[in-house]
Design a protein around this ligand. Structure first.
Ligand code: AQP
Length: 333
């Protein structure tokens, strides 16, 4: 059976992009595969996090996994810092990955921006830790949004170089799973920017915990252009804001953008936004409510994370042990 691994950072403001690009696909994959879902708190601290907020956000991501429909008894849900194999394997990968590879990572360039000299060393080696997250479980498939494609290619390169350097066939070749219409949801305020947790404008994203009124207000205020919605034949080319809203509708409705345009082409945005609001509230409302319930029961969430970390360790420890043997670390214990 394939093993699936994926992670979400506990950096607050979980949004519709995280849901459509990643979490929703996790829920679908659990029927056919063994899944390991991780709240990647080690990744989160590559940029500053308030300690109390980090704890809260960690529970929030776990709550989102469960509320979206991941079965915590059947699948493994845990937070990364509780399984030391991630950090240990990441160190080995720091010594396998090349500086030239890391220098090409666009996410580092975007996140470090003009403050490159002031960025943490952790932000720079983030992709090596991501490779360790996946390969500590010898996972073969990784469901992610479009923005993680480059990091996954680097993880493949690391696995291949490790195998080549040590003359082994130890780590598997990873396949990204970038599925569905919602692989790159854009900001509601700017159709050329990714919907993101760190956008200072709350109006740019629909948070998974937003109630019906907030969802309605944000969609009503979402940027559009002055034309009516295009027909299927006219298409969405050159209309980024329209493309984003139609794509969100299609993803929430499990339809294609073409099918949505067949239905709504020629109508005004005001009508379409009403339909989109109804659909978004119907799909996200129950998830947000269950998240709120779980957030009010932190003991329940912590127990799931604890059990998950124990099960994750059972898989990762023997793989790490073998990797250490391959590298030549003398085992004296
Ligand atoms: N806008 C998006 N559309 C589709 N998928 C997305 N993902 C993130 N944004 C979108 C996917 O969500 C998963 C978890 O992401 P993450 O927690 O690792 O954070 P990120 O990719 O850095 O993006 P965020 O949430 O916008 O955070 P910031 O603001 O810190 O950059 C991943 O599978 C990701 O692809």
């Amino acid at each position: 059976m394939d093993r699936i691994f994926s992670g979400v950072q506990p950096t607050g403001n979980l949004h519709l992009g995280n849901y459509l690009g990643a979490i929703r696909n996790f829920v679908r994959l659990q029927a056919e595969s063994e899944c390991v879902f991780c709240v990647v708190d080690l990744h989160a601290i590559t940029v500053w996090q308030e300690p109390a907020e980090l704890r809260n956000s960690t529970r929030e991501v776990a709550a989102a996994f469960i509320a979206a429909g991941i079965d915590p008894q059947a699948q493994i849900i845990f937070n990364q810092s509780q399984v030391p194999a991630h950090a240990e394997l990441a160190w080995i990968f720091n010594c396998v990955a090349r500086l030239g590879w890391l220098n090409r990572m666009t996410q580092f360039k975007e996140k470090a921006g003009k403050q490159r000299e002031n960025a943490s060393a952790g932000l720079y080696v983030y992709p090596n830790l991501m490779a360790a997250d996946i390969l500590a479980y010898k996972a073969t498939h990784v469901p992610v949004g479009e923005d993680q494609k480059q990091h996954l290619e680097l993880a493949r390169d690391i696995a291949q170089k490790f195998n080549h350097d040590y003359g082994v066939e130890f780590f598997p070749i990873i396949e990204p799973l970038i599925q569905g219409e919602g692989t790159r949801v854009m900001s509601l305020r700017d159709g050329s920017a990714k919907m993101s947790k760190s956008d200072p404008s709350d109006a740019s994203r629909i948070n998974l915990t937003d109630g019906p009124d907030d969802i309605a207000k944000k969609i009503r205020r979402a940027r559009t252009d002055p034309e009516a919605l295009p027909s299927e034949v006219e298409g969405l080319e050159g209309r980024p804001e329209a493309a984003n809203l139609v794509t969100i509708y299609a993803a929430l409705d499990d339809a294609t953008t073409e099918a949505v345009l067949r239905e709504v082409g020629g109508t005004q945005f005001s009508d379409f936004k009403g339909r989109l609001t109804e659909l978004a509230v119907a799909r996200l409302g129950p998830i947000g409510e269950e998240m709120q319930r779980l957030m009010a029961a932190p003991g329940e969430v912590d127990a799931i994370l604890k059990h998950g970390a124990e099960r994750a360790s059972e898989i990762a420890e023997p793989i790490l042990h073998e990797a250490k043997e391959i590298v030549g670390f003398l085992n004296v214990r």
